[in-house]
Design a protein around this ligand. Sequence first.
Ligand code: UD1
Length: 430
Amino acid sequence: MDRIRIVGGNQLNGIIPISGAKNAALPLMIASLLTSDTLTLENVPHLADVELLLRILGNHGVDVSVNGRRETQNGMYSRTIHFTCRTIADTTAPYDLVSKMRASFWVIGPLLAREGKARVSLPGGCAIGTRPVDLFIEGLTALGATMDIDAGYINATAPKGGLIGAHYTFPKVSVGATHVMMMAAVLARGTTVIGNAAREPEVVDLANCMIAMGAKITGAGTSTITIEGVTSLSGARHRVLPDRIETGTYAMAVAMTGGDVTLAGTDITLLDTAVSAIRRAGAELIAVDNGIRVIGHGNDIRPVDIVTEPFPGFPTDLQAQFMGLMTRADGVAHVTETIFENRFMHVQELARLGARITLSGQTARIEGVKRLRGAPVMATDLRASVSLVIAGLAAEGETLVNRVYHLDRGFERLEEKLTRCGAVVERISD
Ligand code: UD1
């Protein structure tokens, strides 16, 4: 199993190209099931989750053709993938694939919309909480679907003539359930109004792509999304938006190690709340042409309290990294997690590097220390593992991060991007 070895202490200086967003690429790829024409996606990141979803989509009948990766001047890659699903070959998403990645459950929306039925295994994914599917069931039921659970699978069936538009307000904000509801409603008969919708930029990206495919959607990015159903969608060409979580992660790494790095190919407006928290912690973040310049001082990190919330609040996917940054603050910071009940597994691993953190319910109290010391640590989930990497970059001596397959699910060419900026990071394959 691969490990990552880091020798901490170096500042980061240079350019880090930001990849296309994993959390946008996944639903966009799934939207290719909605049309028999070709959907072309540009800027698709090369990640384990993306490769797995390509296999899952292949199982449903999607032909995939990948244009070679081309490296541009500042190390940006551009990967374009064409998806064509002439006919749906199989409406079942089996356990062995869905259990590896929660987002693959989302195929239930387009399969139901286009074929009138879907049999999808209940999902797996990161072990960061119970992550139920009740909101998906309620939302699709509101569109007229019959939803039965049988032997670990959800059997969903649309009424004769297809799904029917409806007004439905989610009792809780869910990114995935909003994606699925939108993908189901675009081909439903009549008007759907989704209340308490997720407002994440990735929801807007999916809506924009489906609009380019001929869908009639307004309000994406607000809490109320209105969709006029159409009878069919066509192909389109769409560029995946930049990864705001990767952007925030590297900004925090620079804030922690010190240095001067330009995050290229990203957009500061995608992560206002996190940008403001990192600035309050003492780093300078400056919007530049097609990116963000981050100047970190490495020392004098100020303590900042954060609470995770649905967008536009502080993203739960940056919580572990921010806690990593706060371990070196001059004072006490509090980090409160409100989205996932079990998302503190990085705490005991950060403690191995010398961090002083105590947990009380959903809040972590972090008492900053002058220095962290390298140690062997274990990656537990995707975002937790990258928090260990950035803490390792700021720690004295050697840190070995075990179980890095979590990182490969969400961070493209991490070692290469960091090494180019002066970090000592290498992958060790046993
Ligand atoms: C997506 C992101 C993930 C991010 C999360 C929250 C992708 C591929 N993943 O995950 O990186 O951490 O948004 O920003 O985009 N819930 C229910 N019932 C449901 C569905 C969700 O109670 O049927 C709960 C979840 O347990 C959680 C909360 O709603 O407490 C938010 O989860 P949700 O927004 O659905 O997360 P994902 O879409 O799975």
